[in-house]
Structures are given as structure tokens and as C-alpha cells.
Design a protein around this ligand. Structure first.
Ligand SMILES: Cc1ncc(COP(=O)(O)O)c(C=O)c1O
Length: 347
């Protein structure tokens, strides 16, 4: 018999269909694959690796290189198989039965899912009229606060003033998910403090979603605790060597960001011209309010045009919307043409 508290989780699951389509704009990946020279460099590193041995359990070289990016030592960095695993490690270490985590929907669905699988209770907060989190709304009596900045699925940034809050709330742990950080052009100091853990990923701006590499930066005491909880050798030698090569190629891999930002702005204009209501995005996707059109029906019709976007219409706190990942200029043009066609066909 299934553990009763998991029944809801299993009914829910993670639903992003992996369908065979020509235009795939549903999971906020980068539309550009890393260059073949990068793959060649991976091959060279692989050729000199000893796969008969377990990987470096502490992934010290990778953590040192990531730490250098953030101006901290390796003992301030934890690495995992995607930021989802990093989040799970944080919940396993700081959440659990009788612990509560604060979330403000609409936000990334995996927070509630990971809370459930780690038996952590979640408390839902309300957002202000602007759709942003207001400092006063964050409960003071929960040990963990999760903030996604910029937020998925809205694509919106959280107010810069929020970044001073952890300094006044030292008894709470702030997990700040910065998966979309690179698409956020604001020049303001990064979230920081002894009670702040910043979570990052190679899946978006670095075009390496297939690698599954995420990490977090935080106080060395927190990082040490995460390593005590995580299974030994959890990060394979292959993942470590590809991630190290990714850091060698950081500039080339993140070249895609400028194109995505340019296309995001152009897409926003085109969506408005179609009479739709795109949210202001600082990410590589746009949440689009569908107005009088039925989002779920439009999602199905787009699929008939081989265009896959995300149906957000049943997500908590989201009303009748689709989420569209920014693709290449050609893919975006196809998505807009298909949308135009579908919306016209409705009348
Ligand atoms: C806000 C947010 N956090 C984390 C993730 C998970 O990313 P990863 O591929 O690093 O597990 C995603 C993926 O879409 C995301 O949107």
C-alpha cells in the first residue's frame, strides 16, 4: 500500500508531455545546441578519465571553478543533478515532517512537489496586485522561504527591496531560485546573507539541460550539511567533466542569451498585436493571458500545427494562460503564425 501522504503527489506527478513536434517551446530549454567544438572538447576530457573509479565524491574541482564565478571558495558551493536535485537536497536537509516551507503561487510547481515527497508542509502566501511578492506577506514563523526570482511561470522579477529581508529574518532560511538569472538585465546586488542559498542551473542560459547540472551557493555550514544528507558519489564523473568543459566554454555557451532577450521583446510585441496579454518577462519564456480565448483549446490547436507550448490554464494562481518558451527566430515566427491562424479560425 502506497504511503498515504504520497497519494496526492502521484496523482499529480510532473506533467510536461515530451511530444515529437517540429517547434518545441514548452520546457524553457535553450533552442541552440552547444557547438560541435564543445562536444569535441568534452570527448578529449573523457578520453583521459578513469571511469573504473568512482567520481570525486566532493566534486572539488567543479565546486572550486563555480565558486570562482561567484567570488567564494569551493566550500560555499553544492553541486547536484540539475537544480531540482539541489532543491530536493535542501528540503531533505532543512524540511521534513513538522517543518513548513513558505511559497507564493503562481510559482515553480516542483517546490510543492518536492515539499510533498520530503513530507514538508507547505504554506501558501499571497502576492500583491502587481503579481510580485510583498515582504509583509512572507510568514515569520516558517523555517524555510522559497523565492523564485525571476519567477516561473510569470517570468516577472521580484522587487529589489525584498533582497534586504533575509538580513532582518536571520532565523529563517531563504532559498532563492535564480534559474533565470542570466535573462534578468537588472544591475542590482545578488541575494546574499548567511541565511540565503542561491540556486542556479546549467539548463537554461548555458544550453545544457541534457547535462543535468545545478548548484547552490550558500554558507559553508549549510553546504556541509547538504553533503552529509546527499548520497555518496551522486554526481557522476561524466557530469563533472562535461560541467568543467562547460565552464571553459562559458562565454560561447551563454552567447544565446542576447538572442533570447531580443526575441523575447519582439515576441511580446507580436503577442500584444494578436490581442493577447503577455506578462512582462525577465526570463526565456513568456506567460500569455489568453483573454476571451480558451487557453487549453488553443494549446491543442497549436499542437496540430506541430507547435508545443505549455498549457498553464490549470496551474494554481494562473488564469487561462499559455507559457511559451523563446525559441530561435524561425521557431518563434512559426509559433506566432500558428497562433494567428488558430485565433483567426475561432471566429
Ligand atoms: C524555476 C526553476 N527552477 C528549477 C528548474 C529545474 O531546472 P534543472 O534543469 O536545473 O533541474 C526549473 C526548470 O524549468 C525552473 O523553472
Amino acid at each position: 500500500v502506497l504511503t498515504p501522504s504520497l497519494a496526492g503527489v502521484l496523482a499529480q506527478g510532473y506533467h510536461s508531455p515530451q511530444l515529437d513536434v517540429e517547434v518545441r517551446l514548452n520546457t524553457n530549454e535553450s533552442p541552440i545546441a552547444p557547438p560541435s567544438e564543445f562536444l569535441q572538447a568534452v570527448g578529449e576530457r573523457l578520453a583521459s578519465s578513469a571511469l573504473n573509479r568512482y567520481p570525486d565524491r566532493q566534486a572539488v574541482e567543479l565546486r572550486r571553478r563555480l565558486g570562482a564565478l561567484h567570488g567564494v571558495g569551493f566550500e560555499s558551493v553544492f553541486v547536484g543533478n540539475g537544480s531540482n536535485e539541489v532543491l530536493q537536497a535542501l528540503f531533505l536537509t532543512y524540511g521534513g515532517p513538522s517543518r513548513r516551507v513558505w511559497l507564493a503561487p503562481p510559482t515553480y510547481g516542483m517546490y510543492a512537489q518536492i515539499a510533498a515527497t520530503t513530507r514538508t508542509e507547505h504554506q501558501l502566501g499571497l502576492r500583491g496586485a502587481s503579481g510580485q511578492i510583498e515582504a509583509d506577506s512572507i510568514a515569520v514563523d516558517v523555517p524555510i522561504v522559497v523565492i523564485c526570482d525571476p519567477n516561473n511561470p510569470t517570468g516577472m522579477v521580484e522587487p529589489a527591496q525584498l533582497r534586504s529581508l533575509p538580513g532582518d529574518r536571520l532565523e529563517q532560511l531563504f532559498i532563492v531560485d535564480r534559474a533565470y538569472h542570466d535573462f534578468d538585465a537588472r544591475q542590482i546586488p545578488e541575494w546574499s546573507g548567511p541565511n540565503v542559498v542561491v540556486v542556479r542551473t546549467f539548463s537554461k542560459a548555458l544550453s545544457l539541460a541534457g547535462l543535468r547540472l545545478g548548484y547552490c551557493v550558500g554558507d559553508p555550514e549549510i553546504i556541509e550539511a547538504l553533503y552529509k544528507v546527499t548520497l555518496p558519489y551522486h554526481l557522476s564523473a561524466l557530469t563533472q567533466l562535461v560541467a568543467l568543459t562547460g565552464l571553459d566554454w562559458y562565454r560561447e555557451l551563454t552567447d544565446v542569451v542576447a538572442m533570447v532577450i531580443h526575441e523575447r521583446e519582439a515576441m511580446t510585441t507580436r503577442l500584444i498585436e494578436l490581442g493577447l496579454k503577455p506578462y512582462p518577462s525577465a526570463t526565456n519564456f513568456i506567460l500569455v493571458g489568453m483573454g476571451s480565448h480558451d487557453a487549453h483549446a488553443v494549446w491543442g490547436r497549436l499542437l496540430e500545427h506541430s507547435v508545443l507550448v505549455r498549457d498553464a490554464s490549470s496551474w494554481p494562481g494562473v488564469d487561462n494562460a499559455l507559457r511559451i518558451t523563446i525559441g530561435t527566430p524561425t521557431e518563434n515566427a512559426r509559433a506566432i503564425a500558428a497562433l494567428h491562424n488558430v485565433l483567426e479560425g475561432e471566429v
